[in-house]
Each structure stands twice: as structure tokens, then as C-alpha cells.
Design a protein around this ligand. Structure first.
Ligand SMILES: *Cc1c(COP(=O)(O)O)cnc(C)c1O
Length: 363
């Protein structure tokens, strides 16, 4: 290419998203496709969201409210934190990028598990920082390994709890032991995209005592339990000085008007929230028992997805499943060559998934 790129660019691979439903429809010329690949909400979203978004449509000639006033008020009341400690993002992906750009200088290090949610690595690299990746141990975050890799250049550590893609969690005690060993000037980003699905009460939940430690930045999203992935809304709860930096560098209208209205409406519907949690838990229990009956082992999970070991090339099974109209995720690109990641769906979707998988593996 005749244009000179940013030097870190050659090492960045594009984010590989779950295969979009419409794309599979076009490619395979089949309808009634089931997508259990991107940890989305199988029930859709609260009907309140529909009404709120429709009502908001008449104001769409105006710029969004840059402050996200109403949404921050709601979150402020829910978590008992001042609005000044909340940063809204165009998905939590946006906030991950803002943290990297706001706090990394060339060569600064950001620690993260390997494999990790790919946006950590992409954001750190585009901010000219240096990702330091620490392999999982037993499919779980290697907290001791992260501590061992601390250096004077470490500026931030990414923690995902529950972990994507394995579904493991970090307990309150494990996290506190870890925290005690992290220097005062290192930001600890705790990505809790799936925390609402956790059933294990020993889990570390950073918002049980929000703002208890200035190093901790909590990330949450409306993309999973609230079913608003297409709207793109996430938020971070953090020390005021960190929030101030992010607010100075973010795009002023990073969360659009419809997304703000959708998120406010979603927070108001506790019934839908509970229904989602119940559906996911029942779905996971069903999948565990049915996959077990097929002779397959699953990793224990505290999220809305599970990883299953096929003891065979997962990508081949993934492709065969696609032909049957079921989209799941091969974990090959994460280094787990024989594993699929399956998002819990509705009862009907889960049943079709099991039937399809049975056909594929018994072929
Ligand atoms: C899905 C997910 C998110 C949420 O991303 P959004 O940009 O808010 O849609 C964040 N972190 C992890 C680990 C995820 O899996």
C-alpha cells in the first residue's frame, strides 16, 4: 500500500464476530435460522423498549443529549453512585477503547488473559500500547500469572468476570488477594458483561461496593441480559478523575438518542430481566443434561453460554451445523480446537440445537 500506516497496525487482526443470521440466510439459502453464537438475548428485549424508541423517533432530527442525563440518573440510583462517576459508551467496546487511548503512551503495557475478548488487544494496540497476554489456567483467569507479569510499564489490567469464552468466575476472596498485589497507579478494568447471569454467590461483583477502590473500573453492557446489542450501549463506573479523562476524549454523541431511550426503558422492566435470567438458567441446565447424554463434556459456566468439548475438529462441526441452519461459535480461533461455544437460547432453539448436533456428530 502506498499509504504509511500506524506502526502497530500490521499486528492487528480484524475482530471476528459471530456469523450474522442474515448472512447465513443468503449464503445457504435457508430460512428459520437459529443463532446461538454471540451471547445475545434469545427473548429479544422488553416491550417497553419498543414504545420508548417509537416515541423518541420524532426527535431524531436533533443531536442526542451528550450527557446521557436520564440514563445516568437511572444508573446512578440503581448502583448508588454519583452520575459523575458514570461514563456511557457506544457499547462497552467504546469504553475499552477510551481507556486505552486515555491512559496508554507508546510502549506502555496492558495485562490481559490469553485468550481474551479481542477488543482488549485491538484497543491497546491502536493506542500504541503493548498487550501482555497471560494464558488461562484450567480455563480460568491466571491471577497469579498476571501479578508475575507486572512491570514498571504496566498501566492497566483487563479482568473479565465471568470470563468469556469459558464461563469461569473469580471469587471475592481471589479478587481481593489479587488486588492487594497490584500497584496503586495501575487501572484494573473489570468487565462484567455477563455478571447478571451468575448463580455462584462467591463471585466478586465490583458493584456490591462501588467506587471502593479508585483503581477499579467496572464495565457493564446493555447488549447481553437487556437484549440491546444492536442499539450499542454500555457503561463504566469509575473514579471521577478517570471518568473525566474519558469524557474529554469520547465522541460527544457516542450514545445515540434511540439507544439512550432504549436503555432507560430496559432498566425499568424488572419482569423482563427476571424472565431472561430464568430462561437462560433453564436453558443451560437443559443443554448440560442433553449434551451429557450425547456423551459430551461441558465446562461449568456462570454465564449465558457454555463451552462443550467435541473431541473433534470444532470448525468442521460448526460448518455442518450451519448447513442445518444453526449458528454456534467454533473456539478454534481462541486456541480451543475441539470446543464449541453455545449461547443458551429459548427452549425451542435449544431443542433444535441438540437435535442438529446429534445429527452432525453421529454422521
Ligand atoms: C459481549 C461482551 C461485551 C459487550 O460488548 P458491547 O460493546 O457492550 O456490546 C464486553 N465484554 C465482553 C467480554 C463481552 O463478551
Amino acid at each position: 500500500m502506498k499509504f504509511k500506516t500506524s506502526e502497530t497496525l500490521s499486528t492487528i487482526n480484524a475482530y471476528e464476530a459471530g456469523k450474522p443470521l442474515k448472512e447465513v440466510e443468503r449464503e445457504y439459502k435457508i430460512t428459520h435460522i437459529i443463532k446461538l453464537a454471540s451471547n445475545e438475548n434469545p427473548l429479544g428485549f422488553s416491550p417497553n423498549v419498543h414504545d420508548a424508541v417509537k416515541a423518541q423517533m420524532r426527535d431524531m432530527n436533533r443531536y442526542p443529549e451528550s450527557s446521557g442525563y436520564l440514563l445516568k440518573q437511572k444508573l446512578s440510583r440503581k448502583f448508588k453512585v454519583p452520575p459523575e462517576n458514570i461514563v456511557l459508551g457506544n457499547g462497552s467496546d467504546d469504553i475499552i477503547a477510551l481507556l486505552a487511548h486515555g491512559f496508554l503512551n507508546p510502549g506502555d503495557e496492558a495485562l490481559m488473559p490469553l485468550p481474551s475478548f479481542l477488543m482488549y488487544e485491538i484497543s491497546v494496540k491502536t493506542a500504541k500500547g503493548c498487550p501482555i497476554m497471560v494464558p488461562l489456567v484450567d480455563f480460568s483467569t491466571n491471577l497469579k500469572g498476571l501479578i508475575d507479569r507486572l512491570s514498571p510499564k504496566t498501566r492497566m489490567i483487563f479482568i473479565t468476570n465471568p470470563f468469556n469464552p469459558t464461563g469461569s468466575i473469580i471469587s471475592f476472596h481471589e479478587f481481593n488477594d489479587f488486588l492487594a498485589k497490584v500497584p496503586e497507579d495501575v487501572i484494573i478494568i473489570v468487565d462484567e458483561a455477563y455478571i447478571e447471569f451468575v448463580r455462584d454467590e462467591t463471585v466478586y461483583d465490583s458493584l456490591q461496593k462501588p467506587l471502593a477502590d479508585p483503581r477499579i473500573v467496572t464495565l457493564r453492557t446493555f447488549s447481553k441480559v437487556y437484549g440491546l446489542a444492536g442499539f450499542r450501549v454500555g457503561y463504566g463506573i469509575m473514579d471521577f478523575e478517570i471518568a473525566d479523562v474519558l469524557n474529554r476524549i469520547r465522541q460527544p454523541f457516542n450514545v445515540n438518542t434511540l439507544a439512550q431511550a432504549a436503555a432507560v426503558a430496559a432498566l425499568e422492566d424488572e419482569e423482563f430481566f427476571k424472565k431472561t435470567i430464568n430462561t437462560i438458567h433453564e436453558g443451560l441446565d437443559y443443554l448440560f443434561s442433553e449434551l451429557g447424554a450425547l456423551g459430551l463434556k461441558c465446562l461449568p459456566t456462570q454465564s449465558n453460554f457454555l463451552m462443550v468439548d467435541l473431541k473433534a475438529d470444532a470448525t468442521k462441526v460448526f460448518e455442518e451445523m450451519l448447513k442445518l441452519g444453526v449458528i454456534v461459535r467454533s473456539m478454534k480461533s481462541y486456541g480451543f480446537d475441539t470446543f464449541l461455544r453455545i449461547t443458551a437460547g429459548t427452549k425451542e432453539e435449544n431443542t433444535i440445537l441438540i437435535n442438529s448436533l446429534q445429527k452432525v456428530i453421529q454422521k
